[in-house]
Design a protein around this ligand. Structure first.
Ligand code: AHZ
Length: 301
């Protein structure tokens, strides 16, 4: 937004003007809300939440993890294919993964070209530094992307919900295929060792995209599960930091790693044993977009 010039500033309404408006009168002690019953509030939420769970038990695409890669994927996919039912499952209460800071606990976010294209598409401003651009605050990127994804009519985001397992079907020839996810509220998932009978929910979809980040308390979920399920011999394990090797490896390596399951973002580095790039986000955008393209190819087969 253009800065307000001094001349324009002088034209802004004065406090006296504002005080005269009806809205401001409300705040002088007479503010009234429309009446409501507590049960109406509960029902307003329950009806929508459980209708959504009912409807999304069968989705077209499930994206696991709403970090920069998962959200970039959701944006490209939902915009390109508005007829698809895209369901994002995010373990944290706050979606966005690590992209609320630019890295190293600092706020600016570095994005290497040509991924700056995506910023222009989102309408996020940046400073051009030649081979890369800088967004003044990572939260500006993440909040803009998140708001655009959530505004898509075909996207549902279920946060505070963890994917606990993968659904794996076998066809007549014994070929295994990831066919869905097993979910639970994250607080429930964290209590499996202390409580019993907290059975999970399921969502089936012909394409699952996993974007759960590199190894950590929650990260690399699907890659690790592929190993424990016998679908992958061993993890490659993320290698040391090398921006020039890491970013193209992640984007170009984004693919269906086992039938039904596409990996994107830093989860891929654990699967393939590729380098990390540290605080530069172009590969998360590029990989997310590529995962969306792979998903569309698979759905169209
Ligand atoms: O909460 C996780 C985060 O929001 C979520 N997640 C992880 N396990 C999950 C599960 N069910 C549901 N079982 C789960 N959600 O996945 C999200 C991952 O986001 P992220 O920001 O950690 O990963 P990313 O691959 O989108 O971005 C990585 C950013 C990095 S890390 C890095 C380096 O270490 O060098 N460099 C970059 C740019």
């Amino acid at each position: 937004m253009a800065p307000v010039a001094i001349a324009d500033f002088n034209k802004q309404p004065t406090l006296a003007h504002v005080q005269k408006t009806e809205a401001f009168e409300d705040y002088k002690g007479g503010y009234r809300f429309a009446p409501i019953e507590e049960a109406q509030v509960s029902r307003a939420m329950i009806k929508r939440y459980f209708n959504t769970m009912y409807e999304r038990a069968i989705s077209d695409v499930v994206i696991i993890g709403a970090g920069s890669a998962g959200l970039s994927c959701a944006y490209h996919l939902s915009k390109t294919r508005p007829e698809l039912k895209i369901t994002i499952i995010e373990a944290n209460v706050a979606p966005g993964g690590g992209a609320w800071l630019g890295g190293q606990l600092m706020t600016p976010m570095v994005i290497r070209k040509p991924a700056d294209r995506f910023l222009r598409e989102l309408g996020v401003e940046y400073e051009d530094e030649g081979n890369f651009v800088v967004v003044k605050h990572a939260a500006l990127f993440t909040s803009t992307l998140l708001s655009k994804v959530l505004a898509m009519p075909n996207v549902v985001l279920m946060n505070a919900t963890a994917v606990e397992d993968l659904i794996v079907h076998a066809d007549f020839e014994g070929q295994q295929r990831v066919a869905g996810v097993v979910t639970n509220w994250t607080l429930v998932a964290l209590n499996h060792d202390t409580q019993s009978c907290m059975d999970p929910n399921t969502i089936t979809a012909p394409v699952i995209i996993s974007a759960t980040g590199h190894d950590g308390p929650m990260g690399a979920f699907s890659a690790k599960r592929l190993v424990s399920a016998g679908l992958l011999k061993e993890l490659g394990n993320m290698r040391g930091l090398d921006m020039n090797r890491a970013e193209p490896a992640i984007v170009n390596g984004t693919r269906e790693v086992t039938p039904g399951l596409i990996l994107t973002g830093m989860e891929l580095s654990e699967h393939d044993g590729s380098n990390r790039m540290g605080p530069t986000f172009g590969a998360m955008i590029g990989s997310g977009v590529k995962a969306a393209e792979e998903a569309m190819c698979n759905l169209d087969k």
